[in-house]
Design a protein. Structure first.
Length: 176
């Protein structure tokens, strides 16, 4: 029994070390002026895109799963009117997806002392009608910053990489 326990402990430790060795910590917007960090496995493709006066962090794994983190211009989400909300949150989703059906009420959670608000949906990719799962989150890494996180995956991508995506989101931390 002790031998089995030692083997299991070693396997867990080796997996943890492999994750740490094969990942990179990204600081947003830069390491020098970071408002938050996120740890992403090196096997995921990461790029930044200038979008007006903000920078998106775009992360993808093959074709089946991806997410985007983008800061909002509005700092106080409670004061955003419906029209602004639609243009910030809903319009980007509607540009890429159709038949969007939210699967429940918005959920609130705290990850590493950061407040997250998330909604989940199913939809079809406009380009080819492929069924997709969506997650739209708003999180608050500092008093001055509000960010959107859009995650989407097809069925195969969700099955293969959901644990990695969850670990990435769980790694988001405020700058220290």
């Amino acid at each position: 029994m002790k031998k089995l326990l030692m083997v299991l402990l070693f396997a867990v430790l080796a997996t943890s070390l492999a994750w740490a060795e094969e990942s990179t910590t990204y600081y947003y917007p830069t390491q020098e002026s970071a408002e938050f960090s996120v740890v992403i496995p090196d096997s995921w493709k990461v790029e930044t895109k200038e979008t007006g006066d903000t920078v998106q962090l775009v992360v993808a794994k093959e074709e089946g799963i991806a997410f985007i983190i983008q800061p909002l211009a509005a700092k106080d989400v409670d004061k955003i009117d419906q029209e602004t909300w639609d243009s910030i949150v809903d319009e980007p989703i509607q540009q890429s997806f159709k038949d969007i059906e939210y699967t429940g009420e918005p959920e609130e959670e705290t990850i590493n002392d950061i407040e997250f608000w998330s909604e989940y949906a199913t939809a079809k990719w406009k380009e080819d009608g492929e069924p997709m799962s969506l997650r739209v989150s708003i999180f608050f890494p500092s008093e001055e910053t509000t960010c959107l996180l859009y995650a989407f995956a097809n069925e195969e991508g969700l099955k293969k990489y959901n644990d990695e995506l969850t670990a990435i989101i769980q790694s988001i931390k405020s700058a220290e």
